[in-house]
Design a protein around this ligand. Structure first.
Ligand SMILES: [Fe+2]
Length: 253
């Protein structure tokens, strides 16, 4: 039974997915985050990322990764926001792909499947593949005055019907606090929102502590990250996974 129907849900996937070998699969992902490339689209913003796309086939629930674009020694995955985000109409981007050995990581595939099992769709939506966007995002702050900001820096809705966030690592950071609000709170930061319109404020800090949103039912937010008090860099790493149906053109319209 989906927990996300009420608008959002929190999960402990380390516990829920527990299987022989989960620790070493998690450690492979954690290690991979230590070397993520800088986000070319957010220069100087202390953000690092990789991105790949997959399809889930309703019925068999197989996961198929889409082919990548090879440029020199690097693989890229294209990203197109289409006409759904009014701030970035038609934005086309190419991100460094999540590489094949990690795309094949058993834990990553189990996470994608577990999230998919939480989503719900109309009969028509399930005729064609469900599209899955997998973002590896690391905020990394080395200096006391460094700040890493998630975009957009206010409560918002993503446009994709479902999005999930999974903590990989949180160490020596302040901020990175999540908030869930009513849809009408979009455009504001939590401090500006009336208490009754703010559903929950929380942090995820354990490996694979997670939350998901049913996008049309809520707005969501994560606050900027700064370095904590310890004498080492601060890091907050998450896997973000979004799910959307194949959009069919309305030929009569
Ligand atoms: Fe978002």
């Amino acid at each position: 039974m989906s927990m996300i129907k009420k608008g959002y849900a929190r999960y402990d996937l380390m516990k829920e997915l527990n299987y022989e070998g989960i620790e070493s699969d998690y450690n492979e992902i954690l290690e991979y985050f230590s070397d993520l490339p800088a986000d070319d689209y957010a220069p100087g913003l202390n953000r690092y990322r990789r991105y790949s796309r997959a399809l889930v086939l309703p019925g068999t629930e197989e996961i198929h990764w889409l082919p990548t674009i090879q440029k020199g020694d690097n693989e890229f995955s294209a990203y197109f926001q289409g006409k759904f985000n009014p701030e970035h109409p038609g934005a086309y981007r190419e991100f460094h792909s999540i590489e094949e050995n990690i795309r094949n990581n058993k834990l990553l595939n189990k996470i994608i499947k577990a999230n998919y099992d939480e989503t719900f769709w109309s009969t028509e939506d399930k005729i064609m593949p469900i599209h899955v966007g997998v973002h590896f995002v690391k905020l990394f702050v080395q200096n006391d005055d460094d700040k890493a900001v998630s975009s957009p820096d206010c409560l918002h809705q993503d446009g994709e019907p479902f999005t999930f966030a999974h903590l990989i690592e949180r160490d020596n950071v302040n901020g990175g606090t999540n908030a869930i609000g009513v849809p009408g709170a979009a455009g504001k930061v939590p401090e500006e929102v009336d208490d009754e319109d703010l559903l929950e404020v929380f942090e995820i800090d354990q490996p694979l502590e997670s939350y998901g949103v049913y996008d049309s039912a809520v707005s969501h937010y994560v606050s900027p990250v700064t370095k904590g008090g310890e004498d080492r860099p601060g890091v907050r790493s998450v896997i973000l996974i979004d799910y959307q149906q194949t959009v069919v053109a309305d030929v009569d319209g």
